[in-house]
Design a protein around this ligand. Structure first.
Ligand code: AFP
Length: 340
């Protein structure tokens, strides 16, 4: 019989190896796991009960809020606020930092999350995901929390991951010690270790981008796309195009098969000159995972994890995936910059 390691067992084992570990992180992680199971249950029932469609509200991003988005957000906030180890949270769905309600115990951790990413896919039964990013506060415990505690660069993440609600439900995360994937066994109700130490292939065969926006891109991005589609690239044949439109699902496929996901800047909407994806709750956690799996993530020119975070809902272009493919992106940007 294969060894069946649960997420909690994995974390406890890991924790034992860290001198001075207090178990706070494991406590927080257990709440994320439980939230994921609850959200998964609702996602699985979608279509049978009244959870599809819109709430009629608009979120801070100006997007219409889906009922499941709101549900997932509520579950995560409720559960994590009671973990006793967080001092603040931030969600893609909330304009401001979410404080732990008065009277509940607090700790040093901060969790930033996108409760249900790819939610425009919910109503048609396409994969969606929850993304999370965890930091430790930098200001002293017990003092007033600073906005700089929440707006730390991605490099300072202590953990990041996602839950993919797909063919099967998976939890993939890193605590800075490689990337590990756990698959939900519905019979047992636990996430079991199925993909230890995931490594992304050095060079991929897949490019993922919303090519419908081609005419809105800058010249380097257009040149990058031509490179991946040409038979004159390092693979000597065109890459396959695959685009689901759910970051978690597109990223996960490329993580396993190798490839590059791109959401470049575009000039469709003057209010969003940096593209659509958010730095804190999408690009940073995915970049941490990509790097821990041996891949890379840049905004074209700069490493995502080094970008300064100026505000919670900041957007960034994102090129992420296999190392050689992302290096190619940077090379093309440098060539264009050198030409002036
Ligand atoms: P939704 O949550 O509104 O579906 O947005 C999902 C997302 O942020 C990300 O998961 C996708 O990669 C990206 O948007 C897709 O955006 P386009 O529809 O513009 O290609």
């Amino acid at each position: 019989m294969p060894q069946q390691v649960t997420v909690t067992e994995h974390l406890l084992l890991h924790q034992k190896r860290i001198p001075g570990a207090t178990g706070q992180f494991t406590r927080l992680f257990n709440e994320i796991v439980l939230s994921a199971k609850i959200i998964n249950r609702e996602v699985n029932k979608a279509g049978l009960v009244d959870v599809l469609g819109f709430t009629g509200k608009t979120n801070v991003q100006g997007e219409e809020v889906k009922k499941l988005d709101e549900y997932a957000n509520r579950i995560l906030i409720h559960r994590m606020a009671r973990s006793g180890v967080l001092c603040a949270m931030a969600s893609e769905e909330n304009a401001d930092i979410i404080e732990v309600p008065h009277g509940l115990p607090v700790g040093d951790y901060i969790c930033i999350f996108d409760p249900l990413d790819g939610s425009s896919n919910i109503d048609v039964n396409v994969n969606i995901g929850t993304i999370f990013s965890i930091f430790k506060r930098e200001s002293p415990e017990g003092s007033h929390l600073l906005s700089s505690d929440v707006l730390q660069p991605g490099l300072r993440q202590v953990a990041a991951g996602y839950v993919l609600y797909g063919t099967s439900t998976m939890l993939v995360f890193t605590t800075g010690d490689g990337v590990h994937g756990f698959t939900m066994d519905p019979g047992v109700g636990e996430f079991l270790l199925s993909h230890p130490n995931i490594r992304i292939p050095e060079r991929g065969r897949i490019y993922s981008v919303n090519e419908g926006y081609y005419s809105y891109w800058d010249e380097p991005t257009k040149a990058i796309l031509e490179y991946f589609k040409s038979s004159d690239n390092n693979n000597r044949k065109p890459y396959s195009g695959r685009y689901i439109g759910s970051l978690v699902a597109d990223f996960h496929r490329n993580l396993i098969y190798g490839g590059i996901f791109m959401y470049p800047a575009d000039n469709r909407d003057p209010k969003k000159p940096q593209g659509k994806l958010r730095l804190t709750c999408e690009a940073n956690p995915m970049a941490f995972l990509a790097e821990q799996a041996g891949g890379m993530a840049v905004d074209g020119r700069n490493r995502i994890l080094e970008l300064e975070v100026e505000h919670l809902h900041q957007r960034t272009p994102l090129f992420i995936g296999s190392r050689e493919d992302v290096l190619k992106v940077r090379e093309v940007y440098r060539e264009f910059d050198a030409k002036g």
